[in-house]
Design a protein around this ligand. Structure first.
Ligand code: SF4
Length: 421
């Protein structure tokens, strides 16, 4: 068992560690539309811990944001997939029960849904219906896809509103590297995928289209196999993204699974000089890629990449004992409900089965499990290898719970309407 630090280690390097706005979760939680929920949570926890002598009931709240894995089916066989062991298991949602769960969560304060992996979401048989269902409930909706179902995204593109986004995981500039990394099961080139993007943008310019590029270096390993290096494709991928009218490319380092608890972690162990050399090359190429930015096209470096480079990433592995973000952000998948995207399909992160939010009775039961998870899941130990992007917000909430008088002076941030967590 590791002992938990008592305050945020990352705050010692605050200027170096500045979070990208999309990862500044404490600011997001201070928005007018969410700050009241933070207060309720903090006072409830402070009363339970005895740091506040008032009483506060457990907030009857759904998570603010979920990752929704619509399916475990995937039509690619990517060598770098962190979810390989859960793919194509045949385990499915019952569609009507899934809609009931989403409705129940929306009624209880769900604000945003990121439809993402564990499978390729556009292979879900009622993909478009789910998008319309969520948008009818005024939820923010984002989709992470391998690009093979762009025809279906185009079909429902009109449903999306400002702030919604679609991100295609493509990771290559050339078709050769794309094929080697992603291995589509049906013939499909990188051009075939990218050609849909201008059409989607034309149908709905408000929908932000992103090109995701996970940077893989020589020696990076997952599933006991070395995976294809793509560092030399960074610039070409960026030019491709710009030319095909994506709004941005996001560049982030590869994650693997910890052999200890299967958590998603950065694969930097025992790489020595090779890894340091890779970082130098990555920096050079990311800088060149940045020169390709225009008014309508941006190059985003992930927070992970920055902290890996400046050596402060270990600060993000020192979590408080309680992970408060379990309360505000969860994963709903055909395999069940989980406390964190890092622990998809991991027994120790399981909050219930796939219908755990289907109706009011199950909702309450799931909240009981969540309460016990908040008490018993020791993030300081379980997540000690994870460069957790929620580290900062978890420490912020921890501080508020230990010093609830700070709640009174809590600033309300301007509402940018970004409720993705
Ligand atoms: S501390 Fe981070 S990695 Fe661990 S459960 Fe919480 S959010 Fe996930």
């Amino acid at each position: 068992m590791s002992s938990a630090p008592k305050s945020n280690p990352a705050s010692n390097n605050a200027s170096e560690n500045e979070l990208a706005p999309i990862h500044d979760f404490s600011r997001k939680l201070q928005q007018e539309g969410l700050v009241g929920r933070v207060k309720e949570y903090v006072l409830w926890q402070a009363a339970r811990r005895g740091t506040w002598d008032g009483t506060a009931p457990r907030p009857q709240q759904a998570p603010v944001s979920i990752n929704l894995d619509l399916t475990t089916a995937c039509n690619f066989a990517c060598d770098h997939c962190v979810d390989k062991d859960i793919l194509n298991t045949g385990i499915k949602f019952e569609h009507e029960r899934l809609l009931d769960s989403l409705h129940q969560m929306a009624e209880n304060g769900l604000k945003s849904v990121i439809i993402i992996g564990g499978g390729e979401p556009t292979t879900y048989f009622k993909f478009e219906e789910v998008i319309y269902f969520l948008k009818e409930r005024n939820l923010q909706v984002a989709v992470v896809s391998n690009g093979s179902g762009n025809r279906r995204i185009l079909k429902c593109a009109d449903a999306f509103t400002e702030g919604d986004w679609v991100r295609l995981s493509l990771d290559a500039g050339s078709d050769e590297v794309f094929q080697a990394m992603h291995k589509p099961k049906k013939k499909m080139t990188l051009d075939d995928i990218c050609e849909w993007v201008p059409q989607i943008k034309e149908k709905n310019p408000a929908l932000s289209m992103g090109f995701s590029f996970i940077i893989v270096w020589k020696g990076a390993e997952i599933n006991q196999t070395n995976i294809i290096e793509n560092i030399d494709e960074i610039e070409m991928g960026t030019a491709r993204a710009r030319d095909y009218k994506f709004d941005y490319i996001s560049l982030k380092p590869f994650l693997t699974r910890s052999p200890v608890n299967n958590a998603e972690i950065m694969d930097i162990n025992n790489k020595g000089i090779t890894f340091d050399e890779a970082l130098v090359r990555i920096r050079k190429l990311v800088d060149r890629a940045k020169l390709l930015e225009t008014d309508g096209f941006k190059v985003w470096e992930s927070t992970n990449l920055r902290v890996l480079e400046n050596g402060t990433f270990r600060n993000y592995t020192q979590q408080p004992k309680t992970c408060h973000m379990q309360f505000f952000r969860q994963v709903l998948s055909p395999l069940g409900v989980y406390n964190c995207p890092v622990y998809r399909n991991q027994r120790h992160g399981r909050l219930g089965d796939r219908d755990a939010y289907e109706n009011a009775v199950m909702f309450r039961q799931t909240q009981n499990t969540l309460e016990s998870m908040l008490d018993n899941f020791n993030a300081a130990d379980e997540c000690k290898e994870v460069t957790c992007l929620y580290n900062d917000v978890n420490w912020w909430l921890e501080d508020l719970i230990n010093n609830p008088e700070k709640i009174v002076a809590l600033e309300v941030a301007e509402d940018t309407g970004d409720y993705y967590l």
